[in-house]
Design a protein around this ligand. Structure first.
Ligand code: HEC
Ligand code: HEC
Length: 203
């Protein structure tokens, strides 16, 4: 019951935040993203501490990418490197970079990570009501694709919602109920699902 209530609250909040999102200029975005690709275009590159692979952005939903960058700008997401990177961008650059990254389309190399993907599938039912079946087709362009993302990054992000380093009201409700092994299992499940998320190499 508590879980159901929090889903309803989350959905209401999500619906209230819908605004129109302008389509960006892919070519301008490609040029503006050049500095990003040293990290986001280098497969397997890691954040040093805590250690996790730098997220795949190729094929991610444009509107979600723009919202994530704005969350680093506002400090809702705390990560000093990304806050510095996002802080330098204008709204137009954000829209263009988001359009460019989401236009990249290569099949994800799915992975299992450290968790138990089968156990994760059972725990993922509540998640797919927003992130879509397998985490591959979210119900709105504002939500991230989880399928095929690096499992260690998914686990890092979930821990961040739980601890508040990522201050997001919708995800906090779901992440705070998860144990460490739930997080690993969910990361293994979503990381192993098919999608077109990639760390682009051809940029
Ligand atoms: C020095 C390496 C580095 C550079 C350069 C960099 N990033 Fe990041 N980026 C990261 C790391 C590490 C994270 C994970 C941060 C966290 O924990 O939230 C991240 C996260 C993100 C996310 C969130 C993705 C998600 O699914 O939650 C977006 C969007 C993003 N970066 C876009 C950019 C853009 C656009 C640029 C260039 C303007 C850029 N990054 C430059 C390392 C980098
Ligand atoms: C009510 C809708 C909703 C539900 C249910 C939901 N999420 Fe989310 N999820 C979101 C939203 C919105 C975001 C983006 C938050 C932000 O801007 O940081 C998000 C972000 C995430 C991210 C960050 C991905 C990235 O690329 O940074 C992960 C991981 C995630 N969710 C996993 C889950 C898991 C696992 C569950 C189930 C336990 C779940 N979500 C349930 C709406 C939802």
């Amino acid at each position: 019951m508590k879980f159901l209530l929090s889903i309803t609250a989350g959905l209401a909040m999500a619906v209230a935040s819908f605004t129109s999102f302008a389509a960006g200029d892919i070519q301008a975005g490609k040029a503006a993203a050049a500095t990003c690709m040293g990290c986001h275009g280098a497969p397997g590159m890691r954040n040093a501490y805590p250690t996790f692979r730098i997220p795949k952005l190729g094929g991610q939903q444009a509107e979600y990418l723009a919202l994530a960058l704005k969350a680093y700008q506002s400090g809702e997401r705390v990560h000093p490197t990304m806050q510095a990177q996002a802080g330098a961008l204008s709204d137009t650059e954000i829209t263009n970079i988001a359009a460019y990254l989401s236009s990249l389309n290569a099949p994800a190399k799915s992975e299992l990570g450290d968790g138990d993907a089968q156990a994760g599938e059972a725990k993922a039912q509540v998640c797919t009501s927003c992130h879509g079946a397998g985490g591959a087709k979210p119900i709105t362009p504002q939500y991230p694709i989880l399928a095929g993302q690096y499992p260690d990054f998914l686990a890092h992000a979930l821990s961040g919602y739980k601890s508040g380093v990522r201050n997001n009201a919708v995800m906090k409700g779901f992440a705070s109920a998860l144990s460490a092994s739930d997080i690993e299992d969910l990361a293994a499940y979503f990381g192993s699902q098919a999608s077109n998320l990639s760390t682009p190499t051809n940029w």
